[in-house]
Design a binder for this molecule. Structure first.
Ligand code: CS2
Length: 498
């Protein structure tokens, strides 16, 4: 084994120099054709679906029918992933952070494209007979849905694509342009799999895609409705953003520079509705759960993990706490979170078959406590306008329907309002598709109950019966007043009091 040069980078050529402690692709990558196009190859995809696919390719290495499932990773906007991974032949290091730290090079991504710079290549890849699955992680906002769940035809990307369907910019525009080519060529479609944290993500994506296809061509819309499947999924693995500390850790452990390594906890779960219209990799052998009832898994995870995550993000940030693990060692926040999860959220969740929900909730709390992970609350706080409805509003609706108290969930919504207001006052900016509107509202807030009404008037977020429910408004106004403008001690005391 050649000792790695100190300035060597990860690539196919340098793979043999890795120390034995670093796992690497256990299959012949060059023999694996591309069968999956993935849109949105950010950290989560590379920590999750690409790893399951890497496992499936290794487990089925001797089965020629299971070989052609490598991934073409497509970014819709920025060239960053392509610029980092192309010189590395698509390889990157995955670091799992738990009691034991694991290092592993993932090989399932064989092509990386930046759509705005190579639209023709992306469309050709979608239309290729060998492409049989499209997977997606574009976050909630990438689906361009209205708050009622329809395709938002006023969204600038969708409006653009409807006018130029052969030169799309949105993920739905690309999916349909690919399907249109396949239909014209007499090819079967591909299965389209949403891997984002939304309730009934497959049904939502299927509905919006069919609406878009119908708007372009009614026959195409009917074909999509009849032939394309959109399985719903539940995806789970805590994946903090990559930082310089991770790059250094990888360099130290592998002897190679990696422009974009990925870190995540050891725990990972993927549940997919078993509805594939054109085959699939041996994901089941790699630990993926294929089921007909993914909805129960999705709701349990969104309500018991993501909702509490958002609760920590806003309330923890208001109290000046930086990470999830730090929040969990702050008794006021940890206590609030347990009460929220066990007393309020848990009774609203129907357990997936064979699930012990109380145990599941305890395991999530344990994962949040993981001291090996620095998961920034600021990262989780992104896109609150998109996340809160999926994560928390269903819980609130269910509690109200049963005549139960919503004091604690309301504190989270009020916490988000204060968070927005403080960002506006500090001139700190906000990562959210509605940032301009939110910061405008935040800037006009004066700390009184009128602030709550300003936020609740946002129909893109507060919609349906909740928007007009007097109990909802009252609980949020009350919580908003409790949180007030105090410093750390006052904020923690307000959180501990409910
Ligand atoms: C988090 C999720 O950033 C967030 O909003 O709640 O990314 C969460 O870590 C994952 O869904 C865990 O599977």
């Amino acid at each position: 084994m050649t000792a790695p040069l100190s300035d060597a980078s990860l690539s196919v050529a340098t793979l043999p120099t890795l120390p034995p402690s670093v796992a690497r692709p256990g299959y012949d990558r060059a023999a694996c054709g591309i069968g999956i196009v993935h849109f949105g190859p950010g950290a989560f995809h590379r920590a999750h679906q690409a790893v399951y696919t890497d496992d499936a390719l290794a487990l089925a290495a001797h089965d020629p029918d299971q070989r052609d499932w490598a991934i073409s990773a497509v970014s819709l906007k920025s060239p960053g992933v392509r610029d980092a991974l192309v010189p590395q032949d698509g390889l990157y290091t995955l670091v799992t952070l738990d009691r034991a730290i694991g290092h592993r090079v993932i090989g399932s991504i064989r092509e990386v494209l930046c759509a705005p710079e190579a639209p023709g290549q992306v469309l050709a890849r979608l239309a290729a007979p060998a492409t049989r699955i499209v997977t997606i992680t574009v976050t909630e906002k990438g689906y361009c849905l209205t708050s009622a769940g329809d395709l938002d035809t006023a969204h600038p990307d969708i409006a653009h694509d409807l006018a130029h369907p052969e030169a799309p910019v949105s993920v739905i525009g690309y999916i349909v342009a690919g399907l249109r080519r396949r239909r014209a060529a007499g090819l079967p479609p591909y299965t389209v799999i949403s891997c984002d944290n939304m309730t009934d993500n497959g049904r939502r994506l299927g509905r919006a895609t069919t609406q878009y296809a119908t708007a372009i061509d009614a026959d195409l819309g009917a074909w999509v409705g009849d032939h394309v499947t959109f399985p719903s999924t539940m995806v789970d693995s805590i994946t903090p953003a990559t930082d310089d500390a991770l790059r250094q850790r990888v360099r130290d452990a592998t002897g190679l520079a990696d422009a974009w390594p990925i870190q995540r906890e050891a725990f990972t779960q993927w549940v997919i509705e078993d509805r594939f219209c054109n085959g699939r990799p041996a994901w089941d052998r790699a630990g993926v759960i294929l089921t007909n009832d993914v909805g129960a898994f999705g709701r349990a995870k969104l309500r018991l993990l993501n909702g509490p995550h958002s609760a920590l993000a806003y309330l923890g940030s208001l109290a000046g706490v930086e990470t999830v693990a730090d929040a969990m060692t702050t008794p006021e926040l940890a206590g609030f979170l347990e009460r929220l999860m066990l007393r309020d959220v848990l009774p609203t969740v129907t357990p997936p078959q064979g699930y012990d929900l109380a145990l599941y909730a305890q395991q999530i709390l344990e994962r949040f406590r993981n001291p090996a992970i620095r998961h920034l609350l600021a990262q989780i706080a992104w896109d609150g306008s998109q996340k809160l409805p999926y994560r928390l509003f269903g819980v609130i609706e269910d509690l109200l329907a049963q005549g139960l108290s919503i004091t604690r969930p309301a504190l989270v919504v009020a916490g988000w309002m204060h968070f927005v207001r403080r960002r506006a006052l500090d001139g700190a900016g906000l990562t959210d598709p509605l940032a301009t509107t939110l910061l405008d509202i935040g800037g006009r807030c004066d700390g009184t109950a009128a602030d709550v009404d300003r936020f609740l008037a946002l129909t893109a977020i507060f919609t349906g019966p909740l928007a007009t429910d007097a109990r909802f408004r009252a609980a949020i106004s009350d919580a908003y007043a409790r949180l007030g403008d105090g410093g750390r001690a006052a904020t923690l005391a307000a959180i501990a009091a409910v």
